[in-house]
Design a protein around this ligand. Sequence first.
Ligand code: ATP
Length: 349
Amino acid sequence: MRVAYGRGVAQVRLERITKTFGSAGAAVRAVDGVSLDVADHEFMILLGPSGCGKSTLLRMIAGLEDPTEGDIFIGDRRVNDVAPKERDVAMVFQSYALYPHKTVRANIEFPLKVRGVPRDQRSVEAKQAADVLGLGELMDRKPGQLSGGQRQRVALARAIVRRPAVFCMDEPLSNLDAKLRGETRAELVDLHRRLESTFVFVTHDQVEAMTMGSRIAVMNAGRLQQVGSPHEVYEHPATSFVAQFIGTPPMNLLPPGVLDRPDVVIGIRPEHVVMTPTGAHLANVRLVEQLGHETLVTCELVGGVAGGSRMIVRLGAEQVPPTIGQDVLLDLPAAHRHRFDAATGERLP
Ligand code: ATP
């Protein structure tokens, strides 16, 4: 079912947003000069490690925090001074924050009741939102009688009935177990397609980011590192930080100067390292992790300036893995090497 919201353009534009907490002496710069355009109907992921400022940025879009500097636009409207409830934004949190004594139906209807929507219309809208999320059978239950995944869906349904132009989601899947997370990821992608509204989704989980977002904004220490499609950030990381943050296991980075100038760091993804009798680099196997569909081999390079560096190699299921302690030879094909400035971490041509 598609739910056409028939509203205006809902792009989100952030212009040089900075947020500092605390007073001058002990100020924390949580967000530092971030400019970002989220297109109408886009599924944008804000991704980064704990404390990088992604939740603060999301909360500023929703109006729950004020920026210290910079402007926020939703559509053509500058919303810095617009109250959260006037922004046409719905926030979905990690904790579901449902009313425990109300039924699923009453929880979903609640935002409409607050708005004074008549009972009949509330009921129709709640049913439609519940159907979108497959909650139809559960309308008379209380939150305590639901699984974590079902509760999160009720929280989503409660956001949907508000028909916001923009959904802001702060790690909404992190309370779910691995299987349910996977399923709910797929449901959210489908929901986004059907709702035709703009999603801004915060996560520290790069798998979540890679599988759900149309674009990913990678943040570190309050700054934007790169904005791009999952393919772009994986294939062409703009910084060595992004190279290491995106990908499991992360990209291997060699010490500065190895295989290049002294001011250059070379990176290579585990799937591009070739274990072959003709390899140029001697390494010793330290760990072998057989995951079924692939094997991850952690090696330590032996000799030369890179000696002691760790190198993870991804082998296909059909390749016979080495044993721990074995010496192997590795090839690092030039076509798959990434170059980064050793001082700034920025990608080099
Ligand atoms: P996490 O994934 O752990 O939630 P995050 O990337 O969402 O992290 P934020 O919650 O945005 O990070 O916090 C960014 C920085 O701002 C952190 O250093 C945090 O300690 C600080 N911070 C956030 N909120 C406040 C606050 N109300 N007062 C003071 N410092 C804060």
